[in-house]
Design a protein around this ligand. Structure first.
Ligand code: PLP
Length: 375
């Protein structure tokens, strides 16, 4: 897709991944739960994929649960929490995607105390988090990379603060991190970060849509909420999406392998856009040290108007979070919660990059932005 600057919402499918999807669809037509030869072959391919995904993420294979996407992964975590007969305190960042934040009212209804932690100048400090922990705290949910501004949070440092509190108080706190916009974009090791759970999505890394993963450090101790089927150790019932998972794993392997080269290219395009916008006097909302893949700025017009005008010129951007249905309201809310003024949030536009973008496209985008400013 030419002039596509909305890769934080979804990416194009890598042709090598599409080949794998087609190959796997044809090769594994049997149900992976069937005990005949074809079923066993499908099971083997599926479990091999789990092993490869775990290896790519430097995790144990029993920690990986394949799902239909990050939203489902997040739902498994929070729905399981809601079954806890004795609610406690949940510390949740105000930067979270709708998939997480939509659980806040439900948790409150079930008697949970909710403590919203707001980033200050684009950061959530380990000291601030530590100061909020108490003996009632049961879960902390902080994403690794925000999907609107690209803000990167220091998950390793934040988890360390939680583990320190655990040691001092002899109490276990569950740390969940939504890592959808981090996979293949920032360097991390799940084991080193020591999170208890993390969510991932295939369509953000040039895989097919409708596929994702949940990392669960100790899946054996996790309460299964899914009824029927019993697949994925009861955590996610339903016939496995073998081709989708094999394509996802291929996408993850390619994405991680090509990270360095892609990062360099994306950083260059990011700086062309950032410098171009700054030169034209636009306010950039994304912090300097945010993910190179996302730049949000304040446009002249309300977000939807700018998006439409650019779309008419053949450039595709988004405002707020285009990956959730009620994007306008939730995107603006997240931005204001992250310290962006309401008027700027109304006019915010997100430009998100991928391996597909070229420098020429970046210059053309800046020209198009200049043109629509003067209409
Ligand atoms: N979390 C973040 C940070 C996202 O950007 C998205 C985007 O859609 C999601 C979760 C939901 O992912 P999925 O579409 O795989 O459910």
């Amino acid at each position: 897709m030419t002039n596509y600057f909305d890769s934080a919402a979804t990416t194009t499918v890598d042709p090598r991944v599409l080949d794998e999807y087609i190959r796997a669809t044809e090769a594994y037509q049997a149900n992976a739960s069937s005990v005949h030869k074809l079923g066993l072959e499908a099971r083997k391919a599926f479990e091999d994929a789990r092993r490869r995904f775990a290896l790519a993420l430097k995790a144990k294979e029993e920690s990986i649960v394949f799902t239909s996407g990050a939203t489902e992964s997040i739902n498994i975590v929070f729905s399981s929490l809601l079954r806890n007969p004795s609610p406690g305190k949940a510390i949740i960042s105000s930067a979270e995607h709708d998939a997480v934040s939509s659980f806040i009212p439900v948790l409150k209804e079930k008697g949970w105390e909710i403590d919203i932690i707001h980033p200050k100048k684009g950061k959530i400090s380990a000291e601030d988090l530590y100061a909020r922990l108490d003996r009632n705290t049961k879960i902390v949910a902080i994403m690794a990379v925000n999907n609107i501004l690209g803000t990167v949070f220091d998950i390793k440092g934040l988890v360390s603060a939680v583990r320190k509190f655990e040691k001092e108080n002899g109490k276990k706190i569950f740390f969940f991190s939504d890592m959808v916009q981090a996979l293949g974009k920032i360097d991390f090791s799940l084991e080193d970060m020591d999170v208890d759970a993390a969510s991932f999505s295939s369509h953000k890394i040039h895989g097919v849509k409708g596929c994702g993963a949940l990392y669960l450090k100790n899946s054996a101790t996790f309460t299964a909420i899914s009824r029927g089927g019993g697949q994925e150790r009861g955590l996610r019932g339903g016939t496995e999406n073998i081709a989708g998972v094999l394509a996802f794993v291929k996408a993850a392997e390619i994405y991680l392998k090509e990270k360095k080269e892609r990062d360099e290219r994306v950083k260059k395009i990011n700086s062309i856009i950032r410098n171009g916008l700054e030169k034209e006097g636009f306010k950039i909302l994304s912090p300097e040290d945010s993910s190179a893949y996302i730049i949000s700025y304040v446009s002249t017009w309300p977000s939807e108007v700018t998006i439409r005008m650019l779309s008419d010129k053949g450039f595709y951007v988004s405002g707020g979070s285009a990956c959730s249905n009620n994007s306008k309201a939730s995107g603006k809310k997240i931005l204001t919660e992250m310290g962006i003024e309401g008027r700027d949030a109304e006019k915010s536009v997100r430009i998100s990059l991928s391996k597909d973008n070229t420098e020429e496209e970046a210059y053309n985008l800046i020209n198009a932005i200049k043109e629509i400013r003067n209409v």
